[in-house]
Design a protein around this ligand. Structure first.
Ligand code: AMP
Length: 193
């Protein structure tokens, strides 16, 4: 993997480990010579991941829509800041630039970006690994819901397995490095339920 996109909150959240791990992820990616692609802002965990990479000589590309430039103040130390028109363009651009995705704790925006990449993978539009860094169990309930989706016949095991999870950065990166996308169709017929 040459570049990884990180989706994470534009806030810091309540636990100090969120910021610490975001910074450490940026640092670890820099040390592995993996470039960071992210939303381009200098707020919340987004700023922490960028700082972790930049302060350790990593390459960081931010992708920010014009209209968010004031709300999500653009980070000034980036290797490159790409300004786009729309949120859709932002996600498309991030996908074009990256070889994989890591999701950290966040809110609606983080989950929206994460699920879009996951559904694109499920439809076979890309074959990139998608990981969750489950810091302090932040995503436990989401992962339980994913289990329910499988149990209730809305999601195949094989698609569930597309989602790589770990509470440890190196372990997650290793899983992503060795990931191979399955070749299956998404839909579940009545006979399979
Ligand atoms: P949040 O997790 O809500 O703090 O948001 C994290 C990032 O997701 C921020 O950069 C938001 O601008 C971004 N975001 C929010 N909604 C969307 C969307 N619909 N498409 C793409 N990015 C979004």
């Amino acid at each position: 993997m040459k570049r990884i996109t990180v989706f994470c909150g534009s806030s810091f959240g309540t636990e100090k480990e969120y910021e610490q791990q975001a910074y450490l992820l940026g640092k670890t990616l820099a040390e592995r010579s993996i470039g960071v692609v992210y939303g381009g802002a200098n707020v919340g965990l987004m700023g922490a991941i960028a700082n972790g990479a930049i302060e350790n000589n990593g390459a960081v590309i931010g992708v920010l829509p014009h209209f968010l430039q004031n709300k999500e103040i653009a980070h000034e130390g980036l290797t490159e800041l790409i300004l786009v028109e729309t949120m859709h363009e932002r996600k498309t651009k991030m996908n074009d630039l990256t070889d994989g995705v890591i999701t950290l704790p966040g809110g609606f925006g983080t989950l929206e970006e994460f699920f879009e990449m996951l559904t694109w993978a499920q439809l076979g539009l890309h074959k990139k690994p998608i990981g969750i860094l489950n810091i302090n169990g932040f995503y436990d309930e989401l992962l339980a819901l994913v289990e329910t989706m499988v149990r209730k016949g809305f999601l195949k095991d094989v698609n569930q397995n597309m989602l790589l999870t770990s509470n440890e950065i190196e372990d997650l990166l290793n899983k992503m490095e060795s990931y191979e996308a399955p070749a299956v169709s998404k839909w579940i017929s009545k006979e399979e339920v």
